[in-house]
Design a protein around this ligand. Sequence first.
Ligand SMILES: C[S@@+](CC[C@H](N)C(=O)[O-])C[C@H]1O[C@@H](n2cnc3c(N)ncnc32)[C@H](O)[C@@H]1O
Length: 215
Amino acid sequence: MSYCSIARFYKLIESVTIGGSLLDARLAHLQHLAEGPAIQHALLVGEGNGSFLLPFVEQFPNTLITVLDESAAMLRVARTRLEAAGIDTDRIAFQQADMTTEKLPEGRYDLIVTLFFFDNFDAATVRRVVSVLERASTPAAQWLLSDFQIPASGWRRLRARIWLTILYAFFRCVAKITARTVTPAEAILAATSFKQIARRTFSAEMLYSTLYERA
Ligand SMILES: C[S@@+](CC[C@H](N)C(=O)[O-])C[C@H]1O[C@@H](n2cnc3c(N)ncnc32)[C@H](O)[C@@H]1O
């Protein structure tokens, strides 16, 4: 899998599809996070081109941030976006790594962010990565998760199925992702020490954004 070939066009691809709703889902709990305990060190996994990173950096001026992504091109685009916005990137570590094999330091991060990342993988891989991230979290960590889902019934279900068929066909072709449909990441997180504290849906329930805290 590699998002390198589409890194420069990723924002454009979003803007001609469901970009507005994707951004709403990413940022849904930013205010909630800002009103909670201070965040010392956040880990953004599969952050891509910086759509979350940019507003996050602005809202949390004292937080150390590690941005981990497999794609060097995505990391470059994200860094360039910050520099263009005049943001000092000293407190941000851009780390090129494959999260499916990466070993992370234990108990380091008090915020984990996985936005539209788990939809790239099958359930077994998501389970493995979730467990690595859980071990890398502090005892009072929070976790922000956004992803796609297929609503239970009605026109929303049909609409989501059509969109997801198109999106998976596209990303299987251009980014060579192996997943064929969405993995129920929330069900996987439900089996961890993290508990849901807030949840919102977007785009006729096709997207969700869930905030967790460690019990
Ligand atoms: C669908 S994009 C999502 C990007 C961003 N989080 C967003 O909200 O749009 C998936 C991102 O995960 C990265 N990625 C895919 N596989 C990865 C892996 N095994 N380890 C780390 N990053 C990975 C890709 O390079 C890409 O930037």
